[in-house]
Design a protein around this ligand. Structure first.
Ligand code: FAD
Length: 822
C-alpha cells in the first residue's frame, strides 16, 4: 500500500510513525512545505523567552531520522498544491527547485494544520508584525528581539498563544502591551476566572487593553504605531498577531472534499473525509464537541495526535477505531499562574441554548496548615440534573491535576456527584482531605438540592434596592473593603442579631469566598427566612471582577521592568565570598525587612544574602530599603508566590549631617511622639519604628500622657500612690495587653479579635514589636511631666526606658527629619 501524508508536524508525523509500526511493508511518503518536521510547536514561545534554551530540543525527529528509523520518505520544502481525487494523486511543488510532479497514493492523510488569522487591517504587512506558527516564525521573532534590541511589543489577541508570548517577551526584558477586542483574555474561560488573570497580568506589569479594536498599523521609522478604534496610538518596536487560527482546508476544498460549516474538513468517526481513501486529522478538521454534540474547531496538540493514531489504525486495519470527539481540555502558564479549562464555558452554553448552573469556589492548593499553600479557584458549569458540562481552574500550584480530574469526569459524561466521589491522593503538602474538586461537587449539590440559593456577582447589581446585603465576615475584613450598602454582622454574632435582619425582604449574604456565607444562609433558612442568597465566590470574586480590568497606558507604553528580575546597572554578577539565605516566608511587614536588616548587618562589604519572602508587598519595600541603606539589589524574582531577592553589602552610605536650610536631607534620626493609648495606634508606632530601625535609622519614641500606658509593665510594681494617682491607675489600661482599639473596640472584644487575627496572620504582637524595637536600639522616652501628673512611677514602666522631659524630646527632634505624632 502507498500512503501519502500532507503535513509533517503534530498530526502528520504521528500518523507516519504509527503507520509504519502497523505495516512494515507500506510505502509512506510525507510532504512538508517547510524545512522542519516533527517539532514541538507548543514549545516555540518558550524558546523565544529562553526557558527552552537549546533550539534543538524542539525537534523530536528529523527527515534523516524518519528514514533510518521508520523507512519513511520525508520530503521537506515540498508543497502539495493539488489533490486529484479521480487519479488518486497529489501534485507537488519542490520549493527548492521550483519543479512540479505528481505522486499517486492508495490512501491519503491530510494534516495541514491551521494558519494564523490575518485580518485586512491597514499596514498589516509591516515588517515588524509577526505571527507564530512554526520554527521559521520563531527564529524571526527571536532574532528581531535580539538584533533590533526590541524594547516594546504589542500583542494583538489574548488567547493562549498571545498570553504565552506576553510572558516570554517580558522574560526578555521587552515591555508588553496586550490589545484584546473582547472584554476578557483567554476566551475559553468565564469572565470571573479571566478577571483573576487580568489582575495578575497587571501585577506582572503587562499593559492590558481590553475591548479595544485595532484600526491600523502605521509605520514610524523603525517602529510601528498601533492605532485603535478608541483613538489610542501605541508605539511599539514589534507586533505579534495572535487573534486565532483558521483551518488550512483549501486543498481539500479544491479537491471537492466536503467542508464543514466552520470551514474545517468534514470527517466521520473514523477520521475519514467524504472520500473513502482520504483521511484528515488535526487543526484542519472539524471534530465533535462532546458537550454540544456539534462540530467544532479545537486546534490542540493532544486531539491532533490522537486523531492521527486513529486514522493510521483505520487505514491499516479497516475502520474500527472511533475518534469520539473532544472537550477541549487545555492549560496555559501565565508567569507563575496556571489557567486551565475543560468542557463548555458559559458563553458556549448560552450560545447553544443549554440550560446550566454555575458555581465558583476558592481553596488552597493544599492543606492550609502546611506551609506554602497557594490560592486555587475552581469554577464548574453543570446542568440542572447535575451533569458536569465545563470546568475551569486558576491558581499557582496543582491546577494541572485538578483540571485533569475534572476533564475525565466531563469526558465520561459524569456528574457533580462523581466529583464528590473522586478519590485523590492526600497528604498535607499535596492536597486537602476534601480536595477542591470534591468541594466543587459538594457545593454544586447544595445548590441543586436547594440547601443554598446562590447569586452570581453580575446579578447582585440587579437586586431590589430595598434588599439587605449582609456581610458575614469579621469587622476587620469588612473595614478593609466591602460591597456598597452592605451591613456587617459577623457570622459568629449572627444568631444573636437576627432581629436586625428583615424577614420580609430578600437577604444577599456574602463572605470572603462563600463558605461562611453558606453557613450563615443555613442558619437563616433554619430560622424561618426564605429569601436568602449566598454570593458565589464571595467577596474575592466580586472585588476581582469589579476592579479595573485594564492597565491603561494611554498613548504611551508604561515602562515596567520590576518583575521578574532586576539586574542592577547591568554589571556582571560577581560570585560572593559568602552567601546567606534568609527564610522570611510567612512573616508580614515589617518582619521581612527586619530579618533582612539583622542579617545584612552581619555581612562584610561585597558579601551577598538572599531573602525569601511571601509578603507580596516586600518588593516595593525592598527597593526603598536598599536606597536608604545603600545596599545593592542584585536581583529579585518571583516564583510560585515566593519573592526571592539578593542584596549585596556596600560601603555604608555616608549621610550628611543636617545643616540649617538643609534639615530634611539625609538625617539618620527619626522621632515619634505617642500620645494615644489605643492598641492600633501603638501597633502603628512600633511597626513604623521597627521599619525605621531596619533601614538603619536611629529612633526615639517619646511617650506622653495616655501613651504612657503602652509602656507599662505587665507585672504590677509595688509602689506607693496617692489617691488621685490610684484613681488614674484604675481608670487607665494597666499595661499594653489591656489597650483597646480606637474604633470598634466593643468593650475589649475588638482588641481581642485584632490580636487573634494578627496571630493567625503571623503578625507580631504589640509586645513582640516593642521588644524588637528595644533590642533594635530604639530609645523609649517617658515624659517625666506626664508621669508626674498621672502619678506613674518609673518602676511601673518596662525596663530600659529613659525618663525625659520636653528638652530631651526636642534635642532628639532637632536632629530628626521625620517627627510623627501618634
Ligand atoms: P501542524 O502541527 O500545524 O502541522 C501542519 C503542517 O502542515 C505544517 O508544518 C505546514 O507547513 C504543513 N502544510 C500545510 N499545508 C501544506 C501543504 N500544502 N503541503 C505540505 N505541507 C503543508 N496545543 C496544545 O494542545 N497545547 C499547547 O500548549 C499548544 N501551544 C501551541 C503554541 C504555538 C505557538 C502553536 C503555533 C500551537 C500550539 N498548540 C498547542 C496547537 C498545536 O500545536 C496544534 O494543535 C497542532 O500542532 C496541530 O497539529 P496539525 O498536524 O494539525 O498541524
Amino acid at each position: 500500500m502507498k500512503i501519502i501524508i500532507i503535513g509533517g508536524v503534530a498530526g502528520g508525523a504521528t500518523a507516519a510513525a504509527r503507520l509504519r509500526r502497523l505495516d512494515e511493508k507500506a510505502e509512506i511518503i510525507l510532504f512538508e512545505k517547510d524545512e522542519y518536521v516533527s517539532y514541538a510547536n507548543c514549545g516555540l514561545p518558550y524558546h523565544i523567552g529562553g526557558s527552552i534554551q537549546e533550539r534543538d530540543e524542539l525537534f523530536l525527529q528529523t527527515p534523516e531520522g524518519f528514514k533510518s528509523r521508520f523507512e519513511i520518505d520525508v520530503r521537506v520544502k515540498s508543497e502539495v498544491i493539488a489533490i486529484n481525487i479521480e487519479r488518486k494523486s497529489v501534485a507537488v511543488r519542490d520549493l527548492k527547485t521550483g519543479t512540479e510532479y505528481e505522486e499517486e497514493y492508495d490512501k491519503l492523510v491530510i494534516s495541514t494544520g491551521a494558519k494564523p488569522i490575518k485580518p485586512p487591517i491597514s499596514g498589516i504587512e509591516n515588517k515588524n508584525i509577526f505571527s507564530l506558527r512554526n520554527v521559521p516564525d520563531m527564529d524571526r521573532i527571536k532574532s528581531f528581539v535580539t538584533e533590533k534590541n526590541a524594547k516594546s511589543a504589542v500583542i494583538v489577541g489574548a488567547g493562549f498563544i498571545g498570553v504565552e508570548m506576553a510572558e516570554n517577551l517580558k522574560e526578555l526584558g521587552v515591555s508588553v502591551t496586550i490589545v484584546e477586542q473582547a472584554d476578557q483574555v483567554m476566551g475559553i474561560v468565564d469572565y470571573p476566572m479571566a478577571a483573576m488573570v487580568h489582575q495578575y497580568l497587571r501585577s506582572r506589569k503587562i499593559n492590558l487593553l481590553l475591548k479595544e479594536k485595532i484600526t491600523a498599523f502605521d509605520p514610524d521609522g523603525e517602529a510601528v504605531v498601533v492605532k485603535t478604534e478608541s483613538q489610542k496610538s501605541i508605539p511599539a518596536d514589534m507586533v505579534i498577531l495572535s487573534i486565532g487560527v483558521t483551518p488550512e482546508s483549501d486543498l481539500a476544498k479544491e479537491a471537492e472534499l466536503e467542508i464543514g460549516s466552520l470551514g474545517g474538513i468534514k470527517v466521520n468517526d473514523y477520521m475519514q473525509t467524504s472520500n473513502v481513501d482520504v483521511y484528515a486529522v488535526g487543526d484542519a478538521v472539524e471534530v465533535r464537541n462532546l458537550i454540544t454534540g456539534k462540530p467544532a474547531l479545537i486546534p490542540l496538540a493532544g486531539p491532533a495526535n490522537k486523531q492521527a493514531r486513529a486514522a493510521a489504525d483505520n487505514i491499516i486495519m479497516g475502520n474500527k477505531r472511533v475518534y469520539k470527539g473532544t472537550i477541549g481540555t487545555s492549560i496555559a502558564k501565565v508567569f507563575d499562574m496556571t489557567v486551565a479549562s475543560a468542557g463548555a464555558s458559559e458563553r458556549l452554553l448560552s450560545q447553544e441554548g443549554i440550560v446550566y448552573k454555575t458555581s465558583i469556589s476558592h481553596a488552597g492548593s493544599h492543606a492550609g496548615y502546611y506551609p506554602g499553600a497557594l490560592p486555587l479557584t475552581v469554577k464548574i458549569n453543570f446542568s440542572p440534573e447535575g451533569k458536569l458540562l465545563g470546568a475551569q481552574v486558576v491558581g499557582f500550584d496543582g491546577v494541572d491535576k485538578r483540571i485533569d480530574l475534572l476533564a475525565q469526569v466531563i469526558r465520561n459524561g459524569g456528574t457533580i456527584y462523581d466529583l464528590q466521589e473522586i478519590e485523590h491522593a492526600y497528604a498535607p503538602p499535596f492536597s486537602s482531605a476534601k480536595d477542591p474538586v470534591n468541594m466543587a461537587g459538594f457545593i454544586a449539590e447544595n445548590i441543586l438540592t436547594g440547601r443554598v440559593k446562590i447569586i452570581q456577582w453580575d446579578d447582585l447589581w440587579k437586586v431590589d434596592p430595598e434588599a439587605m446585603i449582609l456581610d458575614v465576615r469579621t469587622k476587620e475584613e469588612f473595614e478593609f473593603g466591602h460591597i456598597e450598602n452592605a451591613i456587617n454582622i459577623p457570622l459568629d454574632e449572627l444568631r444573636g442579631r437576627l432581629s436586625e435582619i428583615p424577614t420580609h425582604l430578600p437577604v444577599y449574604l456574602y463572605c470572603a469566598v462563600g463558605l461562611r456565607g453558606y453557613t450563615a444562609s443555613r442558619i437563616l433558612l433554619q430560622h424561618g427566612y426564605t429569601a436568602i442568597y449566598n454570593l458565589s465566590g464571595g467577596y474575592k470574586t466580586y472585588s476581582c471582577v469589579l476592579q479595573d480590568q485594564r492597565t491603561i497606558a494611554g498613548d504611551s507604553i508604561i515602562e515596567c521592568d520590576f518583575f521578574p528580575v532586576i539586574r542592577d546597572d547591568g554589571e556582571i554578577k560577581i560570585e560572593p565570598a559568602k552567601k546567606i539565605v534568609v527564610d522570611a516566608c510567612g512573616l508580614q511587614c515589617p518582619g521581612p525587612i527586619r530579618e533582612l536588616k539583622k542579617n545584612y548587618d552581619g555581612l562584610s562589604v561585597g558579601e551577598q544574602l538572599t531573602i525569601k519572602v511571601t509578603d507580596q508587598a516586600f518588593g516595593q519595600d525592598l527597593n526603598a530599603w536598599c536606597n536608604m541603606v545603600g545596599a545593592k539589589l542584585i536581583d529579585m524574582d518571583q516564583s510560585g508566590g515566593v519573592i526571592s531577592a539578593t542584596v549585596e553589602k556596600t560601603e555604608a552610605k555616608s549621610l550628611s549631617i543636617p545643616t540649617q536650610g538643609n534639615s530634611m536631607k539625609g538625617s539618620d534620626t527619626k522621632t515619634l511622639i505617642v500620645f494615644s493609648d489605643d492598641l492600633d495606634k501603638a501597633l502603628a508606632t512600633f511597626v513604623i519604628a521597627n521599619g525605621m530601625l531596619a533601614a538603619g535609622k536611629k529612633v526615639s519614641i517619646f511617650f506622653t500622657f495616655w501613651g504612657l500606658s503602652v509602656i507599662k509593665q505587665q507585672n504590677k510594681a509595688n509602689v506607693e500612690k496617692d489617691f488621685i494617682s490610684k484613681m488614674f491607675g484604675m481608670m487607665l489600661p494597666s499595661h499594653s495587653r489591656k489597650l483597646g482599639l480606637s474604633k470598634i473596640n466593643m468593650m475589649g472584644a475588638g482588641s481581642k479579635m485584632m490580636r487573634s487575627v494578627m496571630k493567625d496572620k503571623h503578625i507580631d504582637s504589640l509586645e513582640d514589636l516593642m521588644r524588637q524595637a528595644i533590642e533594635g536600639g530604639a530609645e523609649l522616652i517617658a515624659c517625666s511631666m506626664s508621669m508626674d501628673v498621672m502619678g506613674i512611677k518609673k518602676e511601673e514602666l518596662v525596663e530600659g526606658i529613659t525618663i525625659g522631659g520636653v528638652a530631651t524630646y526636642l534635642e532628639r527632634a532637632e536632629q530628626s527629619n521625620i517627627n510623627l505624632f501618634i
